[in-house]
Ligand binder design. Structure first.
Ligand code: 87F
Length: 717
């Protein structure tokens, strides 16, 4: 049950009669209540709006999340309530707890979400007894939208709860709140709880926070990064959660960014002579296991199809985790002579890796989109050249489009793709968590795969040789990186080059005194402005919705990260100007309409380069150079990455990892999901320090061996 259609189906299945009602969009709980008062279906004159809240109790009898269903007018005195259940205290559950328990977003929680709970013993339900006193009263619940409400009679609600095998308790919430000391009746919203000015002020504050919750980001990026990240993604409508863990829905706002990347990268590899193609997503176990070395470490992540309907397949079929073993048998049959080379193919597709580590949208997902390039050459030299050309395109995707600085380099032997000869990478950095992130990889496979798959040619000297191969990939992880690096407490901040809306035009300054003609003129001028900008190739759009105020629209587009807002009011028009607002710096500036196109173009370019410069400055400030072990763990704990001379020995890398794992209980990870991990090598940067390793002289920072290169280290995703 995760949509209006599902809910209607569920109620029908349970023989519960209901009235689903559409109304103008509501911005918050209070607005919703008022809207229903003014605009409710004729048949439900006697109704009470209801609210639902999920609590996570701490210490005591109940360990499950608690779903509280109450009249909107009732207080929810959290601590007195959980105490009455035998617990010490509780707090409102984080978005991800709500989602994983009830299968819906916090905002969409209603008692009907219980239908999503497989094991009913995992939730405790508390219902405000005031909501159930009159069976004939309709209770109003949010219907998966701020524009729709679903009405169900209290008696039927009770029957649904009783029949759903969930443990549910009726509690008189107003009574509990009245008994609690004033000011401690937290989350109280009822009139009874707010009897002193101070209590009233607290209630008002809680209300305001609740209101904001529905439309904005409620946590600060620095305070609770993982909740912040989830809120930004879902509230900016980039992504939605799905009922299979590790799988997510990419909504248009995110997919549009992916399309910009596809266009740039696709265009560049086409110039290099790479062609697009598509191979099947299924792999036979025979093909998958042809290259034992490479698949060995990865095999636990391979997903298998074993059934069609109820019957077992004769042989299980794997879903591609990457396509080397899918494609190379065909390369063997297509490549006969040096004249068939180079063979350079790319595909844009999905892959599945059934990971068991904690999933994170875009960053670590069980299914993701990527491009994978697979090429074959007659010589090592051609393969080497291409590895670096592709890596530089990846660098450009990050730096020139996503405004994210990366370090290009070579992976250590331990971190490289085991099936290949060497791996190159672009490494990004997330300042808020201090963790590095692998942005994309370009591998030289050498002749390892061509030996396994018998991909041979007769070269010009008439010798039979194995071909040289590369493979390279860039995934939708890019989208997570751009959000994590640039987003702020107001939400998404998009670099102009990837924003699907670069400029949002919003008419403003309309008051009760504004005449219809003036208003129409303002809207017309806004539309004309958009046309002018669009004609110059700027992705502009006007927000002419008449049921929202300008501030509501400002928040709406700020949350979604639109780089520039142009406010057009009667006073601006009188001066032939518009007021521009930059999302990244929040700076405002009046712009003459006569030169609006070049002004906006240069503003967008400025934002793009300023965003890169800011991200680079933050990264550089956290990239510490060290010569010895002293200060290494301290730097990691201060959320830095470290460049240090290294011997390049695998044993040394393992020792560094062990010795830098978070040990003391005091250094709590910023991101609660971050493991207490040790540092890994990120890459050996191609750009080595000018005063770099002196052969035979410089010592490894971590052991007694001689250093071979300056290597970048860090905790990573
Ligand atoms: C998971 C399961 C099975 C990564 C896996 O990086 C196999 C694999 O081969 C696997 N996870 N890899 C390495 C992928 C190498 C390479 N493939 C083409 C890329 C880029 C695109």
């Amino acid at each position: 049950m995760s949509s209006q259609a599902h809910l209607a189906e569920l109620l029908k299945r349970h023989n519960i009669s209901f009235v689903a009602h559409s109304h103008p969009q509501t911005t918050d709980l209070k607005h919703w209540v008022q809207t229903l008062k003014d605009n409710h279906p004729a048949e439900v004159s006697n109704f009470a709006p209801a609210k639902s809240l999920v609590l996570k109790p701490k210490g005591g009898a109940v360990t499950n999340p608690i779903l509280v269903v109450a009249l909107e007018s009732s207080p929810i005195p959290i601590n007195p309530l959980v105490k009455s259940l035998g617990n010490k205290e509780a707090r409102t559950a984080a978005d991800d707890v709500t989602k994983s328990t009830l299968g819906v977003d916090k905002i969409d929680v209603t008692p009907f979400a219980i239908a999503n709970v497989q094991d009913k013993s995992t939730v405790t339900v508390v219902v405000d007894s005031d909501a159930l006193t009159s069976g004939d009263t309709y209770l109003a619940f949010r219907n998966f939208s701020s524009e729709s409400t679903i009405f169900v009679k209290a008696a039927q609600m009770k029957a649904f709860l009783s029949g759903s095998a969930v443990s549910f308790t009726e509690v008189k919430l107003a009574g509990l709140a009245a008994a609690a000391p004033i000011g401690k009746a937290d989350a109280s919203k009822g009139p009874k709880a707010a009897q002193t000015p101070k209590a009233k002020a607290e209630v008002a504050k809680a209300d305001a926070a609740d209101d904001k919750k529905l439309i904005g980001i409620t946590v600060k990026k620095d305070d609770d990064f993982s909740t912040w990240y989830q809120q930004v993604l879902t509230r900016a409508e980039m992504l939605d959660y799905y009922d299979i863990s590790g799988c997510y829905i990419l909504r248009p706002w995110a997919f549009n960014i992916w399309k910009v990347i596809q266009k740039f990268f696709g265009g560049e590899i086409e110039k290099l002579g790479v062609e697009d193609c598509y191979f099947p997503m299924f792999v036979s176990s025979r093909a998958l296991n042809r290259e034992k070395d490479h698949i060995e470490g990865f095999s636990p992540e391979v997903a298998w199809v074993t059934k069609a309907g109820q019957s077992d397949l004769a042989e299980p079929i794997a879903v591609r985790p990457t396509s080397e073993t899918v494609m190379y048998p065909y390369y063997a049959s297509w490549i006969r002579s040096h004249r068939d080379l180079p063979l350079r193919l790319n595909q844009w597709c999905n892959v599945v890796r059934w990971e068991f580590k904690h999933p994170q949208p875009f960053i670590r997902t069980r299914e993701f989109l990527w491009q994978e390039g697979h090429t074959a050459f007659a010589t090592r030299q051609e393969a080497d050249t291409e590895v670096r050309q592709i890596l530089d395109l990846y660098r450009r995707v990050y730096e020139e489009y996503l405004a994210v600085p990366v370090v290009p380099g070579k992976k250590s032997e331990k971190e490289k793709f085991a099936g290949g000869e060497y791996t190159t990478t672009v490494e990004g950095f997330i300042p808020t968590t201090g963790r590095a992130i692998q942005g994309a990889t370009s591998h030289c496979l050498g002749t390892n795969f061509s030996k396994m798959f018998n991909i041979m040619i007769e070269n010009e000297a008439k010798e039979r040789i194995h071909v040289w191969q590369n493979s390279w990939g860039l995934s939708t992880r890019t989208l997570g990186v751009v959000v994590m690096v640039h987003g702020d407490d107001q939400g998404l901040v998009l670099p102009p080059r990837v924003a699907s809306v670069q400029v949002i035009v919003i008419p403003t300054g309309i008051t009760a005194k504004t005449s219809d003609d003036e208003r129409a003129n303002l809207f017309k001028k806004s539309e004309e402005l958009v046309e002018t900008l669009q004609a110059a190739g700027i992705r502009a759009k006007a927000d002419l919705r008449d049921n929202y105020t300008p501030p509501f629209k400002y928040n709406h587009w700020e949350l979604r990260g639109v780089p520039v807002r142009l406010e057009v009011g009667p006073k601006d028009l009188a001066k032939s100007e518009a007021c521009s607002f930059r999302r990244d710096t929040r700076a405002k500036q009046q712009l003459p309409l006569a030169s609006i196109v070049p002004s906006v173009q240069s503003l967008l370019e400025q934002i793009q380069s300023d965003m890169f410069a800011k991200a680079k400055k933050e990264r550089d400030e956290r990239l510490i150079r060290l010569e010895t072990w002293d200060g290494f763990v301290d730097a990691l704990n201060k959320k830095c990455i470290v460049l240090a001379p290294w011997c390049e020995r695998e044993q040394c890398e393992e020792d560094v990892k062990d010795n830098s794992a978070r040990s003391s209980a005091g250094d709590e990870p910023q991101d609660e999901k971050a493991p207490s991990m040790g540092a890994k090598t990120l890459c050996i940067p191609f750009d080595q320090p000018k005063d770099g390793v002196i052969e035979g002289k410089t010592k490894c920072f971590a052991c007694d061996h001689k250093a071979k290169s300056y290597t970048l280290w860090g905790r990573s995703y």
